[in-house]
Design a protein around this ligand. Structure first.
Ligand SMILES: Nc1nc2c(c(=O)[nH]1)N[C@H]1C(S)=C(S)[C@@H](COP(=O)(O)OP(=O)(O)OC[C@H]3O[C@@H](n4cnc5c(=O)[nH]c(N)nc54)[C@H](O)[C@@H]3O)O[C@H]1N2
Ligand SMILES: Nc1nc2c(c(=O)[nH]1)N[C@H]1C(S)=C(S)[C@@H](COP(=O)(O)OP(=O)(O)OC[C@H]3O[C@@H](n4cnc5c(=O)[nH]c(N)nc54)[C@H](O)[C@@H]3O)O[C@H]1N2
Ligand code: SF4
Ligand SMILES: [Mo]
Length: 750
């Protein structure tokens, strides 16, 4: 990380200082949800900085936050719908775009059925509340089984393991960083990512405060990351072996009688089965596979059990691997066994103000989760959370037969760069009869579309963090109102989705939103539904749902029954956000398992341990590939913003000098990384912070594909590392792709 945190606030001079106004909004670029303060003159953004008075982020901003200005002004950002005619995109009116959709998409559904239309939604979907909420309605209207998303390139293993343990896919605990004594970070780099499944702005400041009060930060990662550099200790781990490390730690806890779940003891089920399941995985047995000393594993177990309060946090490095669900499960098991789950200073469950999935339903027990209600047509991969694995999408398009995918709706996603084997996806997209993209760029994915419907700039849209308030280090809420007016004739994504639903279901667009809202309220609010619908009069679109979510949420005004509770108006007034206090213990209230207990020993997980045991003695590849997130990127899509694109070339491979000598490659050279899936040529940098035997290349690059219209990104395109990944390699339980730890070979390019 090269820049100090606030150095990037843009400051420009305005001749019209008198007309400058101040506006506030949440940064939409990562999970940290920083509160920003913008100076606006007319319709021009003058400056963006962290809002020092924000109750949640306290003025923090990273370089991406300031880039909102560049996004808003980016000439490549689409302002009107695009229709492809004779292979070229032409600007079109909204009416023309919808006429094209009607003429081309509807007949496909009619002839081949609902499943012939697939959808895929990407990461920015979670950062635009209108997209996230209304996409769910679109998916329902389509009635297709072919739903795909970036979740199976990301966090599905954690959602699944949480589902098994606590009965809810969104019941995910986060570190109580402000009160813990020991934070162990496994397969995450929050100094760069700013946290994930953990909304934690200014990780750097919080880590510093932790250490200043005598706490300890430990990082376990195949690279000495930016987070490792601010930690007390860093241990290398061989990519893909977290499950074995965690089994070793669990074994050690039982072996040394360190299992002390404390208050949770009475809420646990399956402790003995876990003990039995880990007997064969002693630290000595797993150490070589992990590339760690057995002593380090014993020591880690001791530290976690002896620290007054400790938090073991695992993230994407632990998910994007063959045993992702097992690893995600064991992280929680260890927190539970050491008495650190659901206690102050340990791992706690947030309680969000609205849309808090972990508050829905009757407290204390429930139906638990169900997966595999259907299987993918070609590979038979089970559905999880209503979705099929991203890795299956290409084959569903390319395999003939009943149920073949013939049309695709992509929403804020760039799977050609973000998914394994994007080249296959690209050729699959070419085989589609019709593709519609909701996106703001013509990029590596949307160049395949027949119609593109752009949304407005985030500054022109209302936003509320449906997803990330549910993973916050402290309970808080905040809404972002539009700061700038919409361009003339522009539609926001809610309007576009509603219009598409109206087309699909032959419904009246004028009343559709009201009807959808009423349906939703009737489903969830039973006898209060009519009063709520009446109480929502005058509101529409996202604001109506946000008001409903807030008022019926855990801090809500319950439509007047709780006078001091929250509603839309109150949250709007609080431009600095509303602090809802530190996280609190929530078990047993949080549980939704059939037993009303934490179900530690789900049979599916125990059975999967046999697969892990069989893999334990597999020989290690000589060289494995890992990724690397970078402060000035967000997956594939921020490389077109000048303020972020400048600076040193970033799409490089990092390798330990010892390995470089071994393979006869040198710093500054272009090397070839290859395996049986593909090959890339990439500039090499040497880094003695790399684990020997591991090479790191960032993802999301490769902006040199024909047909994209990304002027700035195209100047330094980088290479797409995902050509080295196998779309068929997945964690079979969650369907999550394996993105890390695959074998590669390296050689100099002559
Ligand atoms: N090798 C490797 N691959 C990875 C990962 C890894 O660690 N290693 N990480 C994976 C992870 S965690 C994720 S989440 C995925 C991300 O995968 P994707 O979500 O597919 O990738 P993004 O680059 O985030 O795609 C963003 C898309 O959204 C569009 N967009 C941006 N803002 C808006 C908007 O306001 N409205 C609309 N409609 N569109 C918008 C952009 O133009 C772009 O097309 O990548 C995965 N791929
Ligand atoms: N600046 C920036 N911020 C981002 C993003 C971005 O692209 N850029 N992307 C956003 C998204 S979509 C997500 S999901 C989050 C992800 O947030 P994080 O999970 O914090 O993501 P990474 O920085 O990729 O950290 C993963 C770490 O795992 C390590 N690792 C790789 N393989 C293994 C393994 O097998 N075991 C272990 N223990 N470690 C391993 C990597 O070296 C890396 O340090 O970040 C979000 N924030
Ligand atoms: S840390 Fe994330 S939310 Fe905060 S300014 Fe940076 S990109 Fe935006
Ligand atoms: Mo992600």
């Amino acid at each position: 990380m090269s820049l100090p945190d606030t150095a990037n606030a843009i400051t420009a001079v305005t001749s019209d200082a008198d007309t400058t106004r101040t506006a506030y909004r949440t940064c939409p670029f990562c999970e940290a949800c920083c509160g920003l303060e913008l100076k606006i003159a007319g319709t021009k953004v003058i400056s963006i900085r962290g809002n020092a008075h924000d109750v949640f982020s306290h003025g923090y901003i990273c370089p991406k936050g300031a880039a909102l200005k560049d996004l808003h002004e980016d000439p490549d950002r689409l302002r009107t719908p695009m229709i492809k005619r004779d292979g070229r995109f032409e600007a079109a009116t909204w009416d023309e775009a919808f006429a094209e959709i009607e003429a081309r998409l509807l007949p496909i559904r009619k002839q081949y059925g609902n499943d012939a239309v697939a959808t895929v939604i990407g990461n920015p979907g979670a950062h635009k509340s209108g997209l996230l909420l209304y996409f769910a309605k679109l998916a329902r209207a389509l009635g297709t089984r072919n739903l795909y998303s970036a979740s199976t390139l990301d966090q599905m293993p954690k959602q699944l393991s949480s589902g098994y343990l606590y009965g809810g896919f969104y019941s995910i605990p986060v570190p109580d960083i402000e009160r813990t004594d020991l934070l162990v970070v496994l397969g995450a780099n929050p100094m760069v990512s700013n946290g994930s499944l953990w909304t934690v702005p200014d990780f750097r400041g919080k880590a510093k405060a932790l250490r200043a009060r005598g706490g300890k930060l430990v990082v376990i990662d195949p690279r000495q990351t930016e987070t490792a550099q601010v930690a007390d200790a860093h241990h290398f781990i061989r990519p893909g072996s977290d499950v074995f490390l965690l089994l070793g730690v669990t074994h050690a806890l039982f072996a040394e009688q360190r299992v002390k779940p404390g208050r949770l003891q009475e809420h646990l089920q399956g402790l003995q089965q876990v003990e039995q399941a880990v007997t064969e995985f002693s630290p000595e047995r797993v150490a070589a596979r992990c590339g760690m000393a057995a002593d380090t594993i014993w020591q880690l177990a001791r530290e976690l059990s002896e620290a007054p309060r400790a938090a073991l946090y695992g993230r994407i490095g632990t998910c994007t691997q063959e045993f992702g669900t097992l690893a995600s499960w064991l992280v929680d098991v260890i927190n539970i066994l050491t008495g650190n789950l659901d206690r102050e200073g340990g791992m706690l469950f947030p309680k969000a103000a609205a849309f808090a999935a972990n508050t829905f339903g009757k407290p204390g027990s429930g139906r638990g989760i169900i997966t595999g209600r259907r299987k993918s047509r070609v590979s038979g991969a089970p559905e999880v959370l209503g979705e099929l694995p991203m890795g299956c999408l290409a084959e569903e398009i390319q395999t003939p037969g009943e149920g073949k995918v013939r049309a695709l709706i992509s929403v804020a996603g760039n799977p050609v760069l973000s998914s394994p084997n994007g080249a296959r996806l690209a050729s699959a997209f070419d085989e589609l009869d019709f593709m519609l993209s909701f996106d703001i760029y013509i990029n590596e994915t949307t160049r395949h579309a027949d119609v593109i419907l752009p949304g407005p700039s985030p500054l022109q849209d209302v936003h509320f963090d449906l997803a990330f308030q549910q993973f916050a280090y402290r309970n808080f809420t905040r809404i972002s109102e539009p700061i700038l007016p919409m361009d003339e004739g522009q539609h926001n994504e809610v309007q576009s989705i509603l219009r598409l639903i109206a087309l699909l279901q032959e419904r009246d667009l004028a009343t559709l939103d009201d009807e959808l809202f009423a349906d939703e309220v009737r489903k969830s609010a039973g006898p209060y539904a009519d009063a709520i619908i009446a109480g929502s009069a005058g509101l529409h679109g996202m604001e109506r749902y946000i008001d409903f979510g807030l008022r019926t949420g855990p801090y809500g005004d319950r439509y007047g029954m709780q006078a001091d509770g929250l509603n839309l108006e109150k949250v709007k007034q609080a431009v600095n956000g509303i602090d809802l206090g530190p996280l609190q213990p929530r078990i047993p209230e949080l549980l939704r398992t059939p037993s009303g207990k934490i179900e530690l020993a789900e049979p599916v997980l125990l059975a999967d341990l046999a697969r892990a045991a069989a893999a334990l003695d597999q020989p290690a590849p000589e060289l494995t590939l890992i990724g690397r997130r970078q402060v000035r990127s967000s997956n594939s899509w921020m490389h077109n913003l000048p303020i972020l694109a400048k600076g040193p070339y970033r799409c490089t491979a990092l390798l330990h000098p010892q390995d470089a000598a071994r393979y006869g490659v040198a710093a500054g050279q272009t090397v070839e990384l290859h395996n049986r899936h593909g090959s890339i040529q990439v500039l090499l940098e040497l880094d003695d912070g790399m684990m020997p035997g591991v090479v790191s290349v960032p993802h999301g690059w490769g902006h040199d594909l024909p047909g994209s219209q990304l002027q700035v990104a195209g100047e330094r395109p980088g290479v797409n590392v995902n050509v080295l990944l196998d779309e068929n390699l997945r964690d079979p339980l969650s369907g999550n792709s394996v993105l890390s730890g695959v074998a590669v070979e390296i050689r100099p390019v002559p």
